[in-house]
Ligand binder design. Structure first.
Ligand SMILES: CC(=O)N[C@H]1[C@@H](OP(=O)(O)OP(=O)(O)OC[C@H]2O[C@@H](n3ccc(=O)[nH]c3=O)[C@H](O)[C@@H]2O)O[C@H](CO)[C@@H](O)[C@@H]1O
Ligand SMILES: C=C(OP(=O)(O)O)C(=O)O
Length: 449
C-alpha cells in the first residue's frame, strides 16, 4: 500500500477513515454546495474591502478553514452566523502581517491570492510558500509576471515569498496573462480592482470562480466589462469601504462528482442546483457515451447570475468514446472533473484514452482504482488507457494526496462488492463538506471511523 506524506495527517474536521459496503443502489435527491474555489477567492478578495463582507452558504471545508485561520492570524475578525455556512468578515484598521499562521498558509496554494489584494496597502511583506495537493510542480510565475505590472516584485526563499511593492508605477494598461489560469486571473483582477484606472486583462480565465469573484467585486462598486470572456476590463477604485453581502454559486466539481456517483452505482438520483453552464461539456460527452439523463428548467443561483438546473441521472449502459478525453480552460471539460472520467470510463464498454496534460503528477493516482478491480493503465505521466466494464472488488486503500483522485476512489468503493476501507480521508475534507454523510442519505453504506 502507498504511504503518502503531506495531506495525510490528522484531519482538523470529520472522521479519519471510511468503511464502505459496496453495491448499494442510491436513490433520492442531493443539493450541490457552493464551490471551494469561489469560496477561497472571495475570502482573499475580502481583503480589498475596508467594510464588512458577508458571504452566504460558504462550504464548510478544510480549504476554507485554512484561509480563515490565516486571515484570523492577520487580525481579520470572522464569525460563522447560523447553521447555513454564512460568514461575516471584518478587517482590522491595519493587518498584522508579521503574525501569519504559517502552518495553515503552507497547506493551501490559495494563499498566493493574498498578493493581489495586499500589494495596495503594504510596501513590504512576507507570505509563507503556497502548498496544497501534491499534483506535481505548479508554477507561480504567471502570477509574478502579471503582478509585476502593479509594482510587485517577489523574492522566494526556501519557506516564504518576500514581496516588495514599488511606490510609483506606470498604469498597467493591458496585461496579457502568460497562462489562462484561474487563480492568476483572480490575482490580476484583485490587483486591478483597487488600481484607479482601467486595466485590461487578456487571456483571462472565464471559469466559474473567476465569474463569482467578478460578480462580488461588482457589488463592491468595481465595474468589470467582459465577465465570462477571456478579456476583462477592470475599472478599479482606489478605496473600497462597502458593507457587502454576497452568495457564491454552486460547485461544478461537486456536481460532477455526484453525477459520477450515480453513474458508477448505476442509480437514479437527482442532483439539484447544478451550475449547468460549467458541466455542459462533461454532460455532452457522457451523453455520447450513452448516459441517459433529464434536466429541469433553469433557475438562478443566489448570486442572481449563475444558471442552475436539476439533473436526474438514470442507469445507462455506457460505451467508450471514440476520441480521447482531455480537459481545457473554460469553456472546456473542467480540469478538476477529468479524474471522474477514469471512473466513468471503467463503467463503459471498450477502451478510453484519458489525457491529463495539465498536472505533472495526477494521472498516476488514478491507477489506485486498480485495487478495486479497475483496468487503468498509465501509458506515460499524462495519459491513461482505461478498459471497461469492470468487476469491482472491495479493497483497503490509503487516500492519495490529491483531492479528486481520493473522491474517485471513494465513489469506486460504492460500487465494489464486499467491504472497502478508505484511509486518511482528510484530503477529501479539504474540498467537500460532509460528503460521506450526504452520500449516506442517498443510501450509500458508509461507516466513518
Ligand atoms: C483555488 C483554485 O481555484 N484552484 C483551481 C485553479 O488552480 P490554479 O489557478 O492555482 O491552477 P494552476 O495555475 O496551478 O494551473 C494548473 C496547471 O495548469 C497549467 N496551466 C494552466 C493554464 C494554462 O493556460 N496553461 C497551463 O499549462 C499550470 O501550469 C499548472 O501546472 O485552477 C486549476 C486548473 O483549473 C484547478 O485545478 C484548481 O482547482
Ligand atoms: C487541484 C485542486 O484545487 P487546488 O487549486 O485547491 O489545489 C482541485 O480542486 O482539484
Amino acid at each position: 500500500m502507498f504511504e503518502y506524506g503531506g495531506e495525510t495527517g490528522i484531519p482538523a474536521t470529520g472522521p479519519r477513515h471510511l468503511r464502505v459496503r459496496g453495491g448499494a443502489v442510491l436513490s433520492g435527491s442531493i443539493d450541490v454546495k457552493t464551490s471551494k474555489n469561489a469560496g477561497v477567492a472571495l475570502l482573499c478578495a475580502s481583503l480589498l474591502n475596508r467594510g464588512t463582507t458577508t458571504l452566504r452558504r460558504v462550504a464548510r471545508i478544510e480549504e476554507v478553514n485554512r484561509i480563515l485561520r490565516v486571515l484570523g492570524s492577520m487580525g481579520v475578525a470572522y464569525e460563522w452566523i447560523g447553521d447555513d455556512g454564512d460568514l461575516r468578515l471584518t478587517p482590522p484598521e491595519r493587518l498584522d502581517l508579521t503574525r501569519i499562521d504559517a502552518d495553515a498558509a503552507r497547506r493551501t496554494r490559495s494563499i498566493i491570492m493574498f498578493l493581489g489584494p495586499l500589494l495596495h496597502d503594504y510596501a513590504e511583506f512576507e507570505l509563507p510558500f503556497a502548498g496544497g495537493c501534491e499534483l506535481g510542480d505548479r508554477t507561480v510565475e504567471p502570477h509574478m509576471v502579471a503582478l509585476r505590472r502593479f509594482g510587485l516584485s517577489v523574492e522566494s526563499s526556501r519557506s516564504a515569498y518576500r514581496a516588495t511593492v514599488k511606490d510609483q508605477v506606470d498604469p498597467p494598461g493591458t496585461i496579457v496573462l502568460t497562462e489562462r489560469g484561474d487563480t492568476v486571473t483572480e490575482n490580476a483582477v484583485m490587483a486591478a480592482a483597487r488600481y484607479p484606472a482601467p486595466t485590461v486583462i487578456r487571456n483571462a480565465s472565464c471559469n466559474y470562480m473567476v465569474q463569482d469573484l467578478c460578480f462580488f467585486l461588482e457589488r463592491l462598486g468595481v465595474r468589470i466589462d467582459g465577465v465570462g470572456t477571456t478579456t476583462l476590463t477592470v475599472h478599479g477604485r482606489e478605496d473600497i469601504d462597502v458593507p457587502v453581502d454576497y452568495a457564491p454559486s454552486e460547485d461544478p466539481i461537486e456536481a460532477w462528482s455526484l453525477v459520477s456517483a450515480a453513474v458508477v452505482t448505476a442509480s437514479e438520483i437527482t442532483v439539484r442546483r447544478v451550475p449547468i453552464e460549467f458541466v455542459e461539456i462533461e454532460l455532452a460527452l457522457t451523453e455520447e457515451m450513452g448516459l441517459v439523463y433529464s434536466r429541469s428548467d433553469e433557475y438562478l443561483a443566489a448570486n442572481g447570475r449563475t444558471r442552475l438546473a436539476d439533473l436526474t441521472v438514470y442507469p445507462s449502459p455506457l460505451r467508450a468514446p471514440m476520441d480521447k478525453i482531455h480537459p481545457m480552460p473554460f469553456p472546456g471539460l473542467n480540469i478538476d472533473n477529468l479524474p471522474f472520467f477514469a471512473l466513468i470510463a471503467s463503467c463503459a464498454e471498450g477502451s478510453t484514452m484519458i489525457h491529463d496534460w495539465v498536472y505533472e503528477n495526477r494521472a498516476i493516482y488514478l491507477t489506485e482504482l486498480n485495487r478495486l478491480g479497475a483496468k487503468v493503465r498509465l501509458l506515460d505521466p499524462h495519459r491513461l488507457a482505461v478498459a471497461g466494464p469492470v468487476d469491482w472488488n472491495g479493497a483497503e486503500v490509503v487516500c492519495p494526496p490529491a483531492l479528486r483522485p481520493a473522491v474517485v476512489l471513494l465513489l469506486g468503493m460504492l460500487r465494489a462488492g464486499g467491504t472497502s476501507e478508505l484511509r486518511h480521508i482528510n484530503v477529501i475534507h479539504r474540498g467537500y463538506e460532509q460528503l460521506a454523510e450526504r452520500l449516506q442519505l442517498l443510501g450509500a453504506e458508509i461507516e466513518p471511523f
